[in-house]
Ligand binder design. Structure first.
Ligand code: FE2
Ligand code: FE2
Length: 178
C-alpha cells in the first residue's frame, strides 16, 4: 500500500522516513483491526486480506526501513561527540533487533490467518501484538524526537540527497513490481 513519496533532496529524505512511520502506524492499526474483526466474525475474506497486507508490509517495507536507518541515518549519529546521542542510537539499533524478534514470533500466526487457519491461541497473539505495537510506537517517537533532528543537522546534504534518491527509486520499483 502507499504511494511513493519522492525524496530528491536532503529534506525529502526525512519526509520519506516520516512518511514510512505513518505507514507503519497504519499497519499497526490494521493488525489491531484484524484481531477485533477475528473476535467478532472469525475468519472471513476481510480478515484474511488484512493478514496478507500486514505480512507483506512487515516482511518488506518495515524491514527495509530499519535497514535504511542503519545505513543512512545511524552512522552519522554514532560518530557524534555527544554520549547521549550515541546511547540513544545504540538503543534504536537494539530496538530493531527486538522488533524483528517480536515480528518473528507474530508472523506465523498472521501467516496462518492469511492462509485460512486458526491453529494459534488468539489471546497469546493479541498479547504479542500489544508488546510489538508499544515498542514500535516508542521507537518511532524516539527517532522523530532525537535521532532524525540530530541526523538532519549532521548529515551532509549530498549524502542525504543520495540516500533519498535511493529510497525513492526502490519504492517506485516496488510499486511497479509488488
Ligand atoms: Fe528504527
Ligand atoms: Fe524508523
Amino acid at each position: 500500500m502507499g504511494k511513493a513519496s519522492p525524496a530528491s533532496d536532503s529534506s525529502s529524505l526525512f519526509e520519506f522516513l516520516d512518511h514510512t512511520h505513518r505507514e507503519i502506524q497504519q499497519q499497526l492499526q490494521g493488525l489491531r483491526e484484524l484481531m477485533d474483526t477475528m473476535d467478532d466474525q472469525g475468519l472471513t475474506p476481510a480478515t484474511r486480506a488484512l493478514a496478507t497486507q500486514a505480512l507483506d508490509y512487515f516482511n518488506g517495507a518495515a524491514r527495509q526501513h530499519h535497514l535504511d536507518e542503519e545505513k543512512h541515518v545511524f552512522p552519522a549519529l554514532l560518530g557524534s561527540q555527544n554520549p547521549q546521542v550515541i546511547q540513544v542510537t545504540e538503543q534504536l539499533v537494539q530496538d530493531h533487533g527486538w522488533l524483528e524478534e517480536n515480528w518473528l514470533e507474530i508472523e506465523p500466526s498472521i501467516s496462518a490467518v492469511a492462509s485460512g487457519n486458526l491453529w494459534f491461541e488468539p489471546a497469546a497473539l493479541r498479547q504479542a501484538l500489544t508488546v510489538f505495537e508499544a515498542l514500535y510506537l516508542d521507537h518511532m517517537q524516539l527517532e522523530e524526537s532525537v535521532a532524525y533532528p540530530e541526523a538532519q543537522r549532521r548529515l551532509l546534504p549530498s549524502d542525504a540527497a543520495g540516500a533519498g534518491r535511493e529510497m525513492a527509486k526502490r519504492r517506485s520499483q516496488a510499486t511497479k513490481h509488488p
